[in-house]
Ligand binder design. Structure first.
Ligand code: SIN
Ligand code: FE
Length: 291
């Protein structure tokens, strides 16, 4: 479930490396660039090495659409420096995605950029927020209606701490295990949630099923323990990306990561037949995408 691409700058991505990375992504693999570090300036290193998140939030996030930073207790001057860093990482991640899959450019929306300072191991989370349990990503308040969730990560820890993930099984195996446990949405609820602002747009059947697949897996500790996974240690300096709505993943340990989320429109995918929506529709025998 891991595809390594050995390049040391985005300019080195030729046609062959791009095709290899884009196909691996759409087939549900994690694509790792072990040599492609995202360099930090001295001031940025100082910000990363201080005590960074508020006690109730695990991440600090920057929303490029309205230029707001959430979850930080840093003094204003440092917050501005952090915003610059997150913007620079967002630009880097966008350039990387566009180099790998130029056809995504017309269907790519840049969402939040996050800084994840807090050590994952040993914290307490509610089961639904516990990313130490394997899951596929789905957003309760931001339905995608079949568009895809692509995430780019960098480990920027200054002390050689790896960020450890477990990935697997493939999406179809995962979906077969949990589709029977997903529940139907009450008639009228999708419209009501959109109208009252609980969701930013209408929660489609696809979104409802994806949330169900997220929750059912996190709830099932027997499945979590019994189902084999591949463990990957992402070292400081590593850059990696994945369609996290397709690759079952958990994070076991690590601190100080940067992350950029993109929403990718379905109509720019190279292999739409491999997407979660196509697999769910096939397994269910109904089209789960909005018409
Ligand atoms: C997740 O998406 O489950 C968390 C990944 C991470 O923070 O490394
Ligand atoms: Fe996740």
């Amino acid at each position: 479930m891991l595809q390594k691409i050995e390049i040391s700058s985005i300019d080195q991505i030729d046609r062959q490396a791009a095709d290899q990375a884009a196909s691996a992504l759409e087939l549900g693999k994690v694509v790792l660039f072990p040599q492609l570090a995202f360099p930090l300036a001295a001031g940025e290193r100082r910000i990363i090495s201080q005590d960074n998140a508020t006690s109730d939030s695990k991440n600090i996030s920057f929303n490029p659409q309205d230029a707001t930073l959430k979850g930080s207790t840093l003094p204003v001057r440092d917050q501005n420096e952090l915003i610059d860093l997150l913007t620079r990482f967002g630009d880097f991640a966008e350039a990387l995605v566009c180099a790998i899959a130029p056809q995504y450019r017309s269907g790519l929306a840049r969402m939040r950029t996050s800084f994840r300072p807090v050590e994952i191991a040993g914290r307490n989370y509610s089961w639904r927020k516990d990313d130490r349990r394997r899951h596929v990503d789905a957003f309760p308040s931001s339905p995608t209606q079949g568009a895809r969730i692509l995430r780019v990560f960098a480990n920027v820890d200054q002390h050689e701490t790896p960020r450890t993930w477990r990935v697997g099984p493939d999406f179809e195996t995962y979906a077969k295990a949990f589709l029977p446990k997903t529940t139907r949405q009450l008639p009228g609820l999708a419209g009501l949630m959109a109208l009252t602002g609980i969701t930013k747009s209408r929660r489609s059947l696809y979104d409802q099923i994806m949330l169900g697949l997220h929750d059912a897996a996190k709830r099932d500790l027997t499945w979590q323990a019994a189902t084999p996974a591949e463990e990957i240690g992402f070292l400081p300096g590593h850059i990696w990306m994945a369609y996290t709505d397709q690759v079952p993943h958990s994070v076991l340990s690590g601190r100080n990561a940067l992350e950029q989320t993109f929403i990718v429109s379905r109509n720019v995918l190279q292999r739409p037949e491999q997407s979660p929506a196509a697999i769910i529709s096939r397994l269910r025998g109904v089209d789960c995408l909005p018409g």
